[in-house]
Design a protein around this ligand. Structure first.
Ligand SMILES: [Zn+2]
Length: 91
């Protein structure tokens, strides 16, 4: 595992995420405060999940995700890069 900090996403990649969210219709207002503006963060996150292979044996899987934050209340939402079709390109 690398100790290096991850690179920030380029503006081009942020635009690709934004375009995909628009394409998928993911443009609802914030579910907490009904604000309509979100920021897409310049860093991805990875959710660490485990699946059970057999008794006492697990496999670690990481799910890369884009992070959006409501500009009013700070509510955070995650969008799977895999489901957006961007995982291979971004990793
Ligand atoms: Zn909000």
């Amino acid at each position: 595992m690398s100790d290096e900090l991850p690179d920030e996403l380029s503006d081009e990649k942020i635009d690709k995420i934004r375009s995909k969210l628009v394409e998928k219709g993911a443009q609802a207002n914030c579910p907490m405060c009904n604000n309509s503006s979100f920021q897409i963060q310049h860093l991805l996150t990875k959710l660490s999940v485990q699946s059970k292979l057999s008794e006492g044996s697990f496999r670690n899987v990481s799910l890369p995700a884009a992070v959006t934050i409501c500009e009013n209340c700070g509510f955070i939402t995650l969008h799977s890069l895999t489901m957006l079709g961007l995982a291979e390109e971004f990793e």
